[in-house]
Design a protein around this ligand. Structure first.
Ligand SMILES: [Fe+2]
Ligand SMILES: [Fe+2]
Length: 309
C-alpha cells in the first residue's frame, strides 16, 4: 500500500478513482491551510523543521525524515491495508462481515463518534499554538511541531471519512471542524478538555501525558469498529500517536527528575513556591501535583459518563 505523493492530496486510498470525493477534499484543502496559517503554531510559516512524514503504512519504515516548512507538510489520507475477511468482533453483529459502507441504522452514532474524534485534533493544535515562543529547547520545539502536524493529519483522517461516507451531512461537518475553535465563546470545540488553555510547557507535557493517553484509548476502541474504514484509519493514527505519549511521559519525567535533583543538591525538602526548588530554576512538587490533578481530572472526564461534557 504505497502512498501516492504525486497527487495534491497524498493518499493510499486510490483517491483519483473517486472524482467526487477528490473534488470535495480539494475544495476543503484551502480552508484547512488557511486555518493552519491562522491558528497553527504562531510565526512558524517560514521555519524549516526536521519532521517525519508518513510514506507507507507498513510497520517497517513507514516514516521519512526531512526538513519541511510546516505549511508544505504533506497532510494526507493513510489507511492500514484492508483485510477482506475481517468480521465484527463485538455485539449483536458479531461474526458478520465488517461494514464497508455506513449501515443506515448506525449512521448518526457513527457520524457523532467521527465528528467528536475529529474535533479534538485541530483543537489541540489551537491550544498549543503559542508554546513555540517559550520552548525549553530545540528538541522540545521539534517534538511540539511534530505532534502539531500529526494532529492536523488526524483531522484529515476524520474528514476523509465524513466526506467519503456521509454525503452532504459529512461535508457540512467537515466545514464545521474549521469553524469551531478551542476556547471560542460562540463556537467552542465539542469536548471541554479541548477548550482549556495550554499556556505553558508543564501543561503541555501533562496534556500529552494524560489527554493523548485518553485519545489513544479512544482510538484503540474505534480501531475495533465494525465500520471497516474507521477501523483502518484509526489503526494508522495509533502508529503516529505513540510518539505523542512519549513526549508527555519523558517531559513530565524530566521535570520531576530535575525537581528531585535540585532538592538533593540544595538540601531542601521544602517544595514551596518561594523557598524551594523554584529559586534554583526548577518546578516545585506542589505545582507539579496541582497541574497533574487538573489534567488528570479533565482527561478522565473524556472517558464519558452521564454528566460528561
Ligand atoms: Fe491525534
Ligand atoms: Fe496526539
Amino acid at each position: 500500500m504505497k502512498i501516492n505523493y504525486s497527487e495534491k492530496i497524498p493518499n493510499n486510498v486510490n483517491l483519483s478513482s473517486d472524482r467526487r470525493l477528490q473534488r470535495a477534499l480539494e475544495r476543503w484543502q484551502p480552508g484547512y491551510l488557511k486555518w493552519w496559517d491562522e491558528l497553527g503554531p504562531e510565526k512558524s510559516t517560514g521555519l524549516e523543521v526536521y519532521l517525519r512524514t508518513a510514506v507507507s503504512v507498513e510497520k517497517e519504515g513507514w516514516a521519512h525524515f526531512d526538513y519541511v516548512k510546516m505549511p508544505e507538510y504533506r497532510w494526507g489520507i493513510f489507511l492500514t491495508p484492508s483485510d477482506s475477511d475481517r468480521t465484527i468482533n463485538f455485539g449483536i453483529h458479531k461474526g458478520q462481515p465488517a461494514w464497508q459502507e455506513v449501515p443506515g441504522e448506525y449512521r448518526s452514532e457513527l457520524r457523532r463518534l467521527i465528528v467528536t474524534q475529529g474535533d479534538t485534533e485541530p483543537a489541540s493544535v489551537e491550544q498549543q499554538r503559542l508554546l513555540g515562543k517559550t520552548c525549553p529547547s530545540l528538541y522540545d520545539l521539534r517534538n511540539l511541531f511534530q505532534v502539531n502536524v500529526e494532529e492536523g493529519r488526524h483531522l484529515w483522517a476524520m474528514v476523509y471519512l465524513l466526506q467519503g461516507y456521509f454525503g452532504r451531512d459529512g461535508r457540512e461537518e467537515a466545514e464545521a471542524m474549521l469553524e469551531r475553535h478551542s476556547g471560542d465563546p460562540d463556537k467552542p470545540r465539542i469536548l471541554e478538555a479541548f477548550n482549556e488553555e495550554t499556556p505553558d510547557w508543564l501543561s503541555y507535557f501533562m496534556f500529552t501525558y494524560f489527554t493523548d493517553r485518553d485519545g489513544n484509548f479512544q482510538l484503540g476502541s474505534l480501531a475495533e469498529s465494525g465500520f471497516d474504514p474507521l477501523s483502518r484509519t484509526c489503526r494508522f493514527m495509533l502508529t503516529e500517536e505513540a510518539h505523542h505519549m512519549f513526549v508527555g511521559e519523558t517531559g513530565v519525567g524530566r521535570i520531576v527528575q530535575r525537581a528531585c535533583d535540585l532538592m538533593k543538591d540544595h538540601k531542601t525538602e521544602n517544595t514551596g513556591a518561594t523557598d524551594g526548588v523554584r529559586q534554583y530554576g526548577g518546578i516545585d512538587l506542589e505545582t507539579i501535583q496541582k497541574y497533574l490533578n487538573f489534567h488528570f481530572s479533565v482527561s478522565t472526564d473524556l472517558f464519558g459518563q452521564e454528566l460528561s461534557t
